[in-house]
Design a protein. Structure first.
Length: 159
C-alpha cells in the first residue's frame, strides 16, 4: 500500500467517521477518527512489515465533492488577506509549537524565509514540520493550535 493511498484512506475515514482495518500477511493497518474533544492519549497506529510492492494496490472510494461543498469552504472566505497560501500537505493535527510549553514557531506579522518551520502536523504518530514555501511576512494564521486539518487545507497567508 502506498503512502498516497493511506493518506486518501485517512481523509475518507476522517470525513465519514469510519473505522478502517486492513490486514495482509505481516501488514496490519488500522485507521479511525477520534472524538473531537479527546482527552485521552490516542492508540498508536501500527504498521508492520512487508514491502510496498507486495501489497496489492487498492484505490479507496472517495465521494465526489459537488459544487455546493466548494462554496462552503472557509479558506475561500473574503476575510483572508491576499498573498501566498501555505497549504497542508497531509491530514493530521496542527500544532503551532514544537511542544506545549514552547513558543509558537511564528506569529502574525513575523518575517519568514523560504524553508522556515511554520508549524507541525502530527499524522500517524509522526511529527511533520510545515515549512514556508515563500519569503515574506505572515499575514494570517488560518488554523488554531490542535485543529484537525485536511489535505490541501490553507494554513498560512504569506505576503
Amino acid at each position: 500500500m502506498e503512502i498516497n493511498q493511506i493518506l486518501d484512506l485517512m481523509k475518507v475515514v476522517s470525513e465519514n467517521n469510519l473505522e478502517f482495518t486492513y490486514e495482509e500477511s505481516a501488514l496490519k493497518l488500522s485507521i479511525r477518527k477520534l472524538p473531537e474533544k479527546c482527552t485521552e492519549t490516542p492508540t498508536p497506529v501500527i504498521v508492520s512489515g512487508v514491502a510496498p510492492q507486495a501489497v496489492p494496490a487498492v484505490a479507496p472510494a472517495v465521494p465526489a465533492a459537488d459544487a455546493s461543498d466548494q462554496e462552503k469552504t472557509p479558506e475561500m472566505s473574503e476575510d483572508v488577506p491576499e498573498g501566498q497560501i501555505v497549504k497542508s500537505p497531509l491530514v493530521g493535527t496542527f500544532y503551532r509549537a514544537g511542544s506545549p510549553e514552547a513558543d509558537p514557531f511564528v506569529e502574525n506579522g513575523d518575517v519568514v524565509k523560504k524553508g522556515q518551520v511554520l508549524g507541525i502536523i502530527e499524522a500517524m504518530k509522526l511529527m511533520n514540520e510545515i515549512e514556508s514555501d515563500y519569503d515574506g511576512v505572515v499575514k494570517q494564521i488560518l488554523v488554531n493550535n490542535g485543529d484537525l486539518v485536511e489535505f490541501d487545507q490553507p494554513l498560512f497567508v504569506i505576503a
